[in-house]
Write a protein that binds this ligand. Structure first.
Ligand SMILES: Nc1nc2c(c(=O)[nH]1)N[C@H]1C(S)=C(S)[C@@H](COP(=O)(O)OP(=O)(O)OC[C@H]3O[C@@H](n4cnc5c(=O)[nH]c(N)nc54)[C@H](O)[C@@H]3O)O[C@H]1N2
Ligand SMILES: Nc1nc2c(c(=O)[nH]1)N[C@H]1C(S)=C(S)[C@@H](COP(=O)(O)OP(=O)(O)OC[C@H]3O[C@@H](n4cnc5c(=O)[nH]c(N)nc54)[C@H](O)[C@@H]3O)O[C@H]1N2
Ligand SMILES: [Mo]
Length: 808
């Protein structure tokens, strides 16, 4: 048991140092409410964390049919018993008194309770009307990265083959669309090359726009344990904020936001210039190196230093570490994916590994990270704007194969163009061609960019909105029908983490009131709509989580994400198996590409690739010409300046992101008292030099304004790079007087009031991390500090500025 009990004050707990090739030692973290004795627990029910993509395995403690705590699973290779603060405390939200217990429908402008049959009846009636009036393209589904595999798969079948619409996407578009796209561009197919076990063996770990200390705290514990050992790895950190990762890094690069590609091109330039290229690997496994070499030929550190505002010498030091590592592990997340030139930059990190031959062996790997617990499943199952099983929508034989799995005609599957991405679905709703939008497990009224626009779309009379959630969120309050969902701990299903590890999450307790698992809701809808296959039999033949999993296995067979070797029984026995898992790899697959590139063949690949700067998809002929033998594709891209540059009116850069203690729109973490108290309200981070110049100090109420909108929060003076502001995006309105949003006179507090409606051309992931803004004082803080944690990247500045206001 971990000795440090207060895991708010000590988020990463105590250290258990180890060195390669030792196994990471076990440390079992437990939290039981009211200091309950573990002996009093009646049942421990197997599951994995639902509040990030780490996949930390845990057991839920149950007494009298109630959840009373959690304990990490020592046997699991992902966390070896450890849990982060959100895992330890977040489950308490399940028992909140304000959980939705009955369906709601809108009557005369107000949401009123009703029974399931009335709510579902209304949805079915509207669906049928729209199918008759306008056809399937009038209906869109916007789902999550937080449901279970079985639920996404069922939704994908009913939307694509039942309704026949191309409008199905997940909030994974906001989250890991760039991870998927970067993998498709480089390797022809989605699928994480590396494994978390690579942390045990790497001698250099490079984190690109990834605040792992706060967002995958258990893997940070693993890195910390290696840093405390006798043979510590060197860390390279690329992040404009002083994260915990930055503070422990051998080299920290803090670029101007939006300039990642320039920095990466300079790193590649240096590695090529110094001859640290694995030419044997290149010849055997890649195409495209010459184009990369000429693209980066002039991208010297001095050139990048001017664009990124990072010392050229520092870029040289980073290149030296990356270029001389024997076992290089890189991780990539939102500082790349949600920033300018997202896919182009993420692809350069794949290129770094390809030119150095750093793939497919212990310690040498790329983790194009995920964020949400089951984002990987959203992608695999085709609920994210791809076809299930990583099938290629441009390849007729893939479409025919999928149609045969579902026993429908290929023509029944809409595949004339790329599947609609989330931002485009909201655009269609705005323009009136999508008339029904079914939102499950996501809260777009807080999490999408430019919220005033999103609110106006969701409140249109002509749009019929369904919200399926645990709570009456900002989004649910604007819906026409609200469906109460059961969640993690109250339903059974599987979820796959960022390193392809599949976990089973068993039901521990009953859901509140009449709340139902998302799977049951989708199955009920399919039955009421009476969807049929081409022989007139029911399209959907499964009836519970396990039968849905078996159906998915058949769809995954022979594809890269092959699950055929897994069963619920096996997942209950051991803990944590990585796909592909099939007859030839019965224990799963720790690393992809151990023996060359497997899925890039033109007949097999998920995608023929896109132009990284325009997003225009290539066709089969172009791909065959470029990559006839199915090798990895090295794709180069030129740096372009971000869409907004600072000027007199908007002199600051603005970025947004997370804090350790909260999850997204806080529907769960604000209902866990320890987590809520750790970060109770929004704040604005700015540097000591900028605030000194403005005469501002800690705790002052400030207003941040962009071309889209404004918000107010307390100022936190930190060691963030000068010229940059940071705002956590967790704070919406459900727990304020406003309810769904700010009133017209007073600015709100949600970061997305200020963000731009723009996205990466290739991945279509919104640009949450590149904007310009103005900052002004609203009211002095009177000595009250900002409501920001001191344990994290938001820790107060360690610098004292001469011009700083007195008395602080
Ligand atoms: N505590 C917590 N953990 C979470 C979540 C959560 O809400 N809370 N959510 C989960 C999910 S869904 C996700 S997607 C992940 C996200 O995990 P992360 O990507 O680690 O989190 P973010 O805070 O969004 O962004 C990471 C870093 O990007 C930096 N950054 C901003 N702009 C730029 C830029 O232009 N270039 C570079 N190089 N860096 C930049 C920020 O300073 C920030 O420290 O976290 C997962 N885990
Ligand atoms: N400015 C800015 N905006 C961002 C980001 C950023 O860094 N900056 N990050 C983006 C990213 S990476 C992400 S992932 C998104 C997250 O954005 P959202 O998905 O909107 O955020 P959540 O609060 O996780 O919303 C999930 C909803 O699902 C509900 N829910 C939980 N479990 C279940 C379940 O089992 N069934 C059902 N039906 N509902 C359930 C929750 O109560 C909650 O309302 O935000 C994006 N928006
Ligand atoms: Mo995410």
């Amino acid at each position: 048991m971990d000795a440090s009990a207060d895991r708010i004050a000590h988020p990463w707990g105590s250290r258990t140092p180890y060195s390669s090739p030792e196994m990471w030692p076990v440390r079992v973290d437990t939290y039981l409410e009211n200091d309950l004795e573990p002996g009093r627990v009646e049942r421990w029910v197997q599951t994995a964390s639902i509040l990030h993509s780490d996949g930390d395995a845990m057991d839920v403690a149950v007494v009298d049919g109630r959840m009373v705590g959690v304990r990490g699973r020592a046997v699991d290779r992902v966390n070896r018993g450890r849990l982060g603060p959100k895992d330890l405390y977040g489950w308490q939200a399940n028992a909140s008194s304000d959980r939705l217990r009955r369906p709601l429908i809108r009557e005369n402008g107000h949401l009123v309770e009703c029974d399931w049959s009335t709510a579902m009846g209304r949805i079915v009636a509207r669906s049928q009307e729209l199918l008759e009036e306008s056809g399937p393209e009038a209906i869109g589904f916007y789902t999550s990265g937080q449901l279970f595999l079985e639920e996404y798969y069922t939704l994908a079948v009913l939307a694509r083959a039942g309704i026949g619409t191309n409008h199905l996407d997940g909030n994974t578009r906001l989250c890991t669309a760039t991870a998927a796209e970067a993998l498709k561009e480089s390797f022809g197919c989605d699928g994480q090359p590396g494994s978390y076990d690579d942390i045990d063996h790497a001698d250099v770990i490079a984190l690109f726009g990834h605040n792992i200390a706060e967002t995958q705290p258990v893997q940070w514990m693993r890195i910390l344990d290696r840093l405390e050992s006798t043979a510590p790895p060197n860390l390279v950190c690329v992040d404009p904020r002083p994260t915990r990762v930055a503070r422990r890094a051998a080299v920290h690069l803090a670029p101007r936001i939006g300039t990642n590609l320039a920095l990466l091109n300079a790193l590649l330039h240096e590695i090529i210039r110094t001859g640290r290229v694995d030419h044997d690997y290149l010849a055997a496994h890649t195409v495209g190196f010459d184009a990369l070499a000429s693209q980066v030929a002039n991208c010297t550190p001095q050139w990048a230093a001017r664009i990124c505002d990072v010392p050229a010498a520092r870029i040289g030091e980073a290149a030296e570490l990356l270029g001389t590592a024997d076992r290089l592990l890189s991780t990539v997340l939102q500082g790349i994916y949600q920033s300018h030139q997202a896919t182009a930059a993420a692809v350069q990190i794949n290129n770094l590994h390809l030119i150095r031959g750093m793939l497919g062996r212990p310690g040498a790997g790329v983790l194009q990270m995920n964020g949400q617990p089951s984002a990987q499943n959203t992608r695999e199952c085709g609920a994210n704007g791809d076809l299930p099983g990583f099938r290629n929508w441009q390849n007729d034989s893939h479409v025919a194969d999928l149609a045969s799995v579902w026993n429908v005609e290929p023509s029944a599957l809409s595949h004339d163009g790329p599947p609609t991405h989330a931002m485009q679905m909201f655009r269609y709703a705005e323009q009136g061609s999508i008339r029904m939008l079914w939102i499950s497990g996501t809260n777009p009224a807080v999490s999408l960019p430019e919220l005033s626009r999103i609110r106006s779309i969701l409140t249109q009379d002509r749009l019929f909105v369904i919200a399926q959630d645990l709570f009456l969120t900002e989004t649910a309050q604007l819906a026409d029908v609200v469906l109460p969902a059961a969640t993690w701990g109250e339903k059974t299903g599987t979820l796959t983490n960022a390193d392809r590890t599949v976990h089973l999450s068993d039901k521990a307790v009953e859901p509140p009131g009449e709340a139902r698992p998302d799977l049951d809701i989708f199955l009920d809808y399919a039955a009421r709509m009476d969807f049929r296959d081409k022989d007139g039999r029911p399209l959907i033949t499964w009836h519970d989580p396990e039968s849905a999993f078996e159906a998915w296995k058949a769809c995954s067979a022979g594809r890269p994400c092959d699950y055929t070797g897994l069963t619920y029984d096996r997942l209950r026995g051991v803990s944590g198996i990585q796909w592909p898992c099939h007859a030839d790899a019965p224990d799963g697959t720790p690393r992809l590409y151990t023996d060359g590139i497997a899925w890039a063949d033109p007949q097999v690949c998920e995608s023929y690739g896109k132009d990284l700067l325009t997003g225009e998809p290539d066709d089969e002929a172009a791909y065959r010409a470029l990559n006839p033998e199915g090798k990895a594709v090295i794709k180069a891209a030129a740096y372009t300046p971000p869409p907004e540059e600072t000027d007199e009116t908007y002199p600051y850069q603005l970025t947004t992101g997370r804090t350790l203690y909260h999850f997204h729109t806080r529907t769960k973490t604000a209902r866990a008292p320890q987590l809520n108290a750790a970060a109770p309200d929004v704040w604005v981070e700015a540097s000591a030099s900028d605030t000194a110049a403005l005469g501002l100090g800690e705790g002052d109420l400030v207003e941040v304004t962009t071309r889209r909108g404004a918000l107010r929060g307390r100022l936190r003076v930190t060691d963030i790079r000068p010229g940059l502001l940071f705002i956590p995006f967790h704070y919406g309105y459900w727990d304020t007087a406003g309810g769904t949003g700010p009133d017209s006179d007073t600015p709100g507090r949600a970061a997305n009031e200020t963000t731009i409606t723009a996205w990466d051309p290739a991945s279509k992931q919104p640009l949450f991390k590149t904007a310009t803004a103005a900052l002004r004082l609203v009211q002095r803080g009177e000595g009250r500090p900002a409501p920001a944690p001191n344990t994290t990247a938001s820790a107060p500045s360690t610098r004292t500025m001469p011009g700083r206001r007195r008395g602080r």
